[in-house]
Design a protein around this ligand. Structure first.
Ligand SMILES: Cc1cc2nc3c(=O)[nH]c(=O)nc-3n(C[C@H](O)[C@H](O)[C@H](O)COP(=O)(O)O)c2cc1C
Length: 190
């Protein structure tokens, strides 16, 4: 699987270079996410972004990283994310189950837009909502769904064909391997 397009190249990144991510780039990613498909075009999503190291470090205790290899992909100083986007929805705009699809569409858009700018990211759904709510001063009527951690990649995960076990793993050189089910297993033509 040596495809070169952003869709095949995108991998979850949990180790980042210390290089700052320009605020304007993060704003562009959120702008791309804003334009993503939305059920009934209700657009209930709200985004809270930061490139502040202090805020990012304060958020780390509320995020859980790479469950299958824990704690080997927990953040380490010098390789922390350099931007974060908290993805929420405003319950007053919509509170239907379709909101989750909006979140998926927005987050993947943001991640792919990031790849097109040389960024890597991690979609973090395992969050401690109360801690993030305080830190990011999230309004009561906004539900927090996830955090997207971003930065310039300092790891190079490899995708490979799953043979039964889909759990990602680290090899002896600390490289992340991500098994994906083969196309023949997930696609059926009629
Ligand atoms: C809804 C969702 C929630 C996720 N939550 C976490 C998380 O809490 N922590 C984490 O390290 N990765 C999380 N991930 C990233 C997955 O672990 C990752 O997408 C998966 O291992 C496949 O790797 P890939 O993104 O490189 O294809 C999440 C992904 C999705 C779609």
């Amino acid at each position: 699987m040596a495809e070169t397009d952003i869709f095949h190249r995108r991998r979850t990144i949990r180790r980042f270079e210390p290089r700052p991510v320009p605020k304007g780039v993060v704003e562009w990613l959120v702008d791309c996410a804003r334009l993503a498909p939305s059920a009934a075009n209700l657009q209930p999503l709200r985004f809270i972004a930061t490139v502040e190291d202090k805020v990012i470090e304060s958020a780390l205790p509320f995020l859980r990283w790479a469950g299958y290899v824990r704690p080997r992909r927990d953040p380490v100083p010098g390789m922390y994310p350099k931007a974060m986007v908290v993805v929420c929805h405003d319950r007053e705009v919509s509170d239907s189950h379709f909101v989750c699809y909006d979140v998926g569409s927005a987050v993947q858009t943001m991640l792919l837009a990031g790849v097109s700018k040389g960024l890597g990211g991690c979609w973090i759904g395992a969050i401690e909502e109360a801690g993030l709510r305080d830190l990011f001063r999230v309004a009561e009527n906004w539900k927090i769904h996830c955090v997207v951690a971003l930065g310039y990649p300092a790891e190079d995960p490899v995708v490979e064909e799953a043979r039964g076990d889909i759990r990602y793993f680290l090899d002896e050189s600390d490289r992340l391997h991500v098994p994906k089910r083969p196309l023949s297993e997930v696609l059926r033509w009629v």
